[in-house]
Design a protein around this ligand. Structure first.
Ligand SMILES: Nc1ncnc2c1ncn2[C@@H]1O[C@H](COP(=O)(O)OP(=O)(O)O)[C@@H](O)[C@H]1O
Ligand SMILES: [Mg+2]
Length: 182
């Protein structure tokens, strides 16, 4: 059975770590950021210093590449913004306080950190994925990559019903952040 997986999620939620582990299981890894670099699919930077990517071209280039692949993982937060020719999408979800400390370690400036935390709290990548793909799943990547790989293998085998998008809810954390100021 061949499977093309799109792996998305807010920066810091573990996409690269999971893609590396899936590579060891025989999946070829395609990094959207690398395609953006190689094909120069960006023009200028936004207020956070992030590149402004031409999504239409990125989608086209990635799908061209995907048409020649069998078992592969397309990794990148932008996967949720496009319709890639993948069989399913997995959204990496991390507990907001864990994500915060990961992004702090990366040295994200406050504004960028808050923007990304807000995306995680508001299910941004999940909602976008549901708008662009038919099969969307979520795994919680706060703790254990090995466990996540087992979960993803279950999803790949069609036994991941309980991971269907919608089960991750940060309502409690959101209330704390918004109503109580963090
Ligand atoms: N499932 C996980 N459990 C615990 N730590 C993780 C997990 N996934 C990633 N990490 C850690 O979190 C950090 C960010 O992960 P990374 O894979 O670079 O995220 P992304 O590619 O989504 O930006 C890394 O230090 C990584 O080791
Ligand atoms: Mg990464």
């Amino acid at each position: 059975m061949f499977m093309r997986i799109a792996l998305t999620g807010v920066p810091g939620t573990g996409k690269t770590a999971i893609a590396d582990a899936l590579a060891a299981k025989g999946f070829e890894v395609i990094c959207l950021n690398e395609i953006v670099d190689k094909k120069k699919l960006w023009s200028g930077k936004d207020g956070f210093g992030s590149r402004i990517v031409n999504l239409r071209k990125l989608e086209h280039e990635t799908n061209k590449l995907l048409s020649k692949k069998r078992n592969c993982v397309v990794e990148g937060h932008l996967a949720c913004e496009m319709k890639l020719k993948c069989d399913l999408v997995i959204v990496c979800r991390t507990k907001p306080h864990v994500l915060e400390s990961r992004l702090r370690k990366r040295g994200y400036p406050e504004k960028k950190l808050n923007e990304n935390l807000m995306c995680e709290l508001l299910d941004y990548c999940t909602i976008k994925s549901l708008g662009n793909y038919r099969k969307v799943y979520e795994v919680e990547t706060s703790k254990n990559v090995k466990k996540n790989i087992e979960e993803i293998m279950r999803i790949v085998k069609g036994k991941g019903e309980k991971f269907k998008a919608g089960w991750v809810r940060w309502g409690k954390e959101l209330r704390k952040t918004v109503l109580e100021g963090g």
